[in-house]
Design a protein around this ligand. Structure first.
Ligand code: AMP
Ligand code: ZN
Length: 665
């Protein structure tokens, strides 16, 4: 019986590994999404009831779930070097001359795109992924294995034979389509959008919740195999074999015989790169023969056997007509350059972000200047300099806005903050409307029949000043509004009324507390159960909650210290909004562990670590990730870290086993 189940689980895993490979690497699925999901669910169910057959590399790992609070630093077995740069054919010929002096015989080269993301070093043992470490400073990096495992195209288990133990290096990238989609949904929520795919990709690797990482459409493109026993003759051959066993090695790689051919490759991709689904900022040229590579070796910072060729970022110059300032929902000010429209990398550019006052001062950017606009890796063009020879005679240095463009209040800038803020959060129309627009948005209160434009209109007409006012709106107040038909007015009132049913976690998110996003709101709702307990919590209690950091805790305290916010909440309560978990949500919960703070460490057998944490929370306990004086219990599984053990002993905290814990509840 047990054996049969194990076999079944194994089979499912292998099938799903294969389907993943077909879908994400070969882009050629052999089953429907539905079929895939069914099999995955079946596997999840089996794994849940048979933890004894756990496998760290099961395809179910792709959905994430593991939390990493502090990423462990690991020393690279083989140092991760930089690359020297070249910018022209003559640079490339110089390189050829240098290496020809060291090695004998013909040289062939591989040409690859330089993928623009975050580099990663992957270790495989006996066909399975065991470690994924970031480049860091080249000597040591961070262990981000849990997060990397969620990348769909990356094989957790290889398809077929390869060398037993090896490292493989690649770049974790965020393809443009996925990046744009992420930004569109953030913009819809009034959240700040991500600047560029590269930073977003590397930032994603350092998220604490791997389930969040799994939602990001990351990809991993491989570019180097390091095998312990030198099984390969050439770099291209190694990559070719790697591709066969499941790695995503781009087809754009090409083996060439001369620098002239390298130049042709460069020239082709200099244009064609804009049609790629991801960003590239250059080409990497490598000596193909591994023995020759070894002979050439390394300088202090880069291999002698490889060189990067950097594309010129596309740049044009145009006239800076005006600088205007935008106000966000949190009051943050962003300066915007309004340009004489100009063609750049296939699009018409009219505006560019100037980021903040320091950026303007740094380049001494002035209205009336001829400015250089660049579209490098980034989506939003940026101004990189000024053509001083064209500066008008009587130009004056830019004086950064002192007052809010919306409400004329004097702007403030806190120490250490790059941005200016409009402090008039109650009277500044854009901020007022912005908060209400966030409140009604789909992921918050999801109010049907009311949109951003109507909110702005309602604010302008002084019918509402805050989100609580929405619930006091009367139909005969809104009917006289421009373009408001009876039907839409009714729908709006109905929609607002219906939103009163939204659960606590949505209400909490809708309040618009800085840094309290959707996931954080969920976590807080679960862990504090109602708003009064949450708002009464002190700093220590807040940060003791798993995933709640200092920045969030400070922001919650700041929010509650403002009496107007408390007043708003009282009003919303009177209107009947949910400020505590519902009976249904509480049903599965007890108070057995109320007030107790737990730290979970090690490997467990009867329940998974995630289940264990859930059990603690469902019984009103709190899960914390680090041991402190506040910790009441440590639930210790196998292989608990020695430093944790030491700390727990020092502080005299009770250490209990999995069984002890299950008895407790
Ligand atoms: P740099 O950071 O400019 O010194 O360039 C070195 C980095 O380029 C490496 O750490 C890799 O992350 C990245 N890279 C991107 N594509 C490739 C490629 N095809 N071959 C080697 N390195 C690459
Ligand atoms: Zn203002």
């Amino acid at each position: 019986m047990g054996h049969n189940i194990q076999q079944k689980i194994e089979n499912l895993r292998n099938t799903l590994h294969k389907y993943n490979y077909e879908y994400y690497v070969l882009d050629n699925a052999s089953v429907s999404d539905f079929e895939f999901d069914q099999l995955l669910k079946e596997l999840q169910t089996l794994e849940m009831s048979h933890p004894e057959f756990d496998d760290e590399n099961s395809p179910t790992q792709k959905v994430g779930g593991a939390i990493t609070k502090n990423f462990e630093t690991l020393v690279h077995k083989n140092r991760m070097y930089s690359l020297d740069n070249s910018y022209s054919k003559s640079d490339l010929l110089d390189w050829e001359k240098r290496i020809s002096k060291i090695i004998e015989g013909e040289i062939t080269y591989t040409c690859e795109l330089k993928y623009d993301g975050a580099s990663i070093n992957l270790t495989y043992e006996n066909g399975v992924l065991v470690k994924a470490v970031t480049r860091g400073d080249g000597v040591q990096g961070d262990d981000v294995t849990n997060n990397v495992k969620t990348i769909k195209s990356l094989p957790l288990k290889l398809q077929g034979d390869f060398v037993d133990n090896f490292e493989i290096r690649g770049e974790i990238i965020l393809p443009l389509e996925g990046f744009n989609q992420m930004n569109m949904s953030r913009a819809a929520l009034g959240e700040e959008t991500y600047k560029n795919p590269r930073n977003t990709a590397s930032g994603s690797l350092k998220l604490q919740d791997s389930a969040e990482v799994s939602k990001r459409p990351l990809d991993c493109l491989l570019y180097q195999v390091l095998s312990v026993n030198n099984e390969f003759d050439s770099h291209a051959q190694a990559l070719e074999k790697a591709r066969k066993v499941g790695f995503k090695v781009p087809e754009t790689i090409q083996v060439v015989q001369s620098i002239d051919e390298v130049v042709a490759f460069v020239e082709y991709w200099d244009k064609a790169r804009f049609d790629l689904p991801y960003e590239t900022d250059g080409i990497v040229i490598k000596v193909n023969n591994i023995r020759q590579q070894e002979e050439l070796g390394y300088t202090a910072k880069a291999p002698r056997w490889a060189i990067a060729y950097k594309f010129k970022a596309e740049q044009v110059s145009t006239l800076l007509n005006t600088i205007t300032y935008q106000v966000g929902r949190t009051g943050a000010i962003t300066p915007v350059a309004n340009l004489e429209p100009v063609q750049l990398a296939g699009t018409t550019v009219k505006r560019a972000s100037l980021h903040n006052a320091d950026q303007i001062a740094l380049h001494d950017i002035r209205v009336g200047d001829e400015v250089y606009v660049e579209k490098g890796g980034e989506i939003i063009p940026k101004i990189v300099g000024v053509d001083l020879s064209k500066r008008p005679q009587y130009s004056v240095p830019t004086r950064y806005a002192e007052n809010c463009p919306e409400c004329d209040t004097q702007l403030i800038r806190k120490e250490g903050d790059a941005k200016h803020y409009c402090p008039n959060d109650r009277g500044c129309m854009t901020q007022v409307a912005g908060r209400i627009i966030h409140f009604i948005s789909r992921k918050a209160m999801n109010v049907d029949g009311l949109g951003a434009e109507t909110v702005e209109l309602l604010c302008k007409e002084k019918l509402i000043e805050n989100y609580a006012d929405l619930y006091a709106l009367k139909i005969d107040e809104i009917l006289p509004l421009e373009r408001m038909a009876e039907k839409s007015a009714t729908n709006m009132i109905l929609g607002i009324d219906a939103s009163k049913q939204m659960p606590f976690e949505k209400v909490l998110f809708a309040l618009g507390i800085r840094f309290v996003g959707e996931t954080v709101a969920k976590k807080l709702a679960k862990s504090f159960k109602n708003i009064d307990v949450l708002l009464a919590a002190d700093f220590e209690t807040l940060i003791a909650v798993d995933e709640i950091g200092e920045r969030i805790a400070e922001s919650i305290i700041q929010f509650r210290n403002q009496p107007s916010n408390l007043l708003l909440i009282e009003r919303l309560k009177d209107y009947g909004l949910n400020f505590s978990l519902s009976e249904e949500e509480l049903k599965h919960q007890t108070d057995v562990l109320a007030g107790k703070i737990f730290v979970v460490s090690g490997v467990f057998h009867k329940v998974t670590r995630t289940e264990l944490k859930k059990l603690i929370e469902n019984n009103s306990g709190k899960v914390s990730s680090s041991i402190s004086k506040k910790t009441d219990f440590i639930v210790a599984g196998d292989q608990m870290g020695p430093s944790k053990l030491q700390k727990a002993t020092d502080l005299g905290i009770a250490i209990i086993s999995e069984d002890d814990f299950l008895k407790l509840i």
